[in-house]
Design a protein around this ligand. Structure first.
Ligand SMILES: Nc1ncnc2c1ncn2[C@@H]1O[C@H](COP(=O)(O)OP(=O)(O)OP(=O)(O)O)[C@@H](O)[C@H]1O
Ligand SMILES: [Mg+2]
Length: 258
């Protein structure tokens, strides 16, 4: 599977629901193949940002630019969005059906994705017959099946136990680095954010802004999870989240824009 990432540039983004301003003057900047993790309190606007990037939500002001401009990001929503009346095979195949791909091409592609995601032998099962981890892998597989340039993940592993979560995180990291796609994920797990994001943007304030930015130059390997650099970054991001509690501060090493 050869994919290549796209650039994502957001500048001066503002969004309100009714009279409540949720996002104010938000800037994000990713080069092709980079990964960004968004962390912030519940309700700060992470899902809203991802939906805007996916083209699923209008915004009030600012610019959202994906290059090349004709691409459609793949979005895995917080509730996974699997169709309960479709089997695993049919859920995985759906984007290819919608894209008008013929049966032979669909079969080949679904089998490749099943192997990549460890989903063999589950073809005829329905979502309610799957474990949490299997459901997450179907949702991720369905997002990857169209060879996206940009992958948007909203709390991808939130419903999972710690071990499954870590193993899927490692799997996602190796897929991401192998495929070269651009990835933005929202998560409540600081460890997940630090591991999967090359950049970690802490969101806070009211309305929400980027209050701190951290870079993670470390490798996305299991060994890195116990590395001093990783643990140090986890601590710094945790502090940034705790201290900002929403308030923007100038004391961060690299505050401001991503
Ligand atoms: N369609 C909507 N209409 C009105 N308000 C909305 C709508 N969607 C979201 N909001 C509000 O916008 C804010 C941001 O919501 P969003 O879902 O983006 O937060 P979040 O950071 O993803 O939260 P969580 O971590 O709980 O998933 C919240 O206050 C929410 O109540
Ligand atoms: Mg959310």
């Amino acid at each position: 599977m050869i994919m290549s990432g796209a650039s994502v540039k957001v500048s001066g983004l503002a969004k309100s629901f009714g009279r409540g301003l949720i996002l104010k003057d938000l800037d994000l900047n990713l080069k092709p193949g980079e990964s960004l993790a968004l962390v912030g309190a519940s309700g700060c606007g992470k899902t809203t940002i991802l939906k805007i990037l996916a083209g699923l939500c209008p915004y009030d002001r600012g610019e959202v630019k994906l290059e090349p401009s004709d691409l459609v990001p793949s979005f895995v929503s917080q509730d996974l969005g699997l169709y309960p009346w479709k089997t695993v095979w049919e859920n995985l195949e759906l984007p290819l059906v919608l894209a008008g791909r013929d049966k032979k091409a669909r079969n080949t592609k679904v089998k490749t994705i099943q192997a990549d995601m460890g989903l063999e032998g589950l073809d005829g099962r329905y979502p309610h017959e799957l474990s949490g981890g299997q459901k997450q892998r179907v949702a991720l597989g369905r997002a990857l099946i169209v060879n996206p340039s940009v992958l948007l993940l909203d709390e991808p592993f939130s419903a999972l136990d710690a071990l499954t979560r870590e193993s899927l995180g490692l799997h996602l990291a190796s897929l991401w680095s192998g495929l070269g796609l651009t990835m933005i994920l929202a998560t409540h797990s600081i460890e997940e954010a630090v591991f999967l994001g090359q950049t970690i943007a802490v969101l806070g304030g009211c309305p929400t802004e980027v209050t701190a930015v951290f870079r993670n130059p470390g490798p996305k390997t299991p060994a890195f999870l116990t590395d001093r650099l990783f643990l140090d970054l986890v601590r710094k991001v945790r502090l940034a989240l705790a201290v900002t509690g929403g308030q923007k501060t100038e004391t961060w090493e690299k505050s401001g824009r991503v």
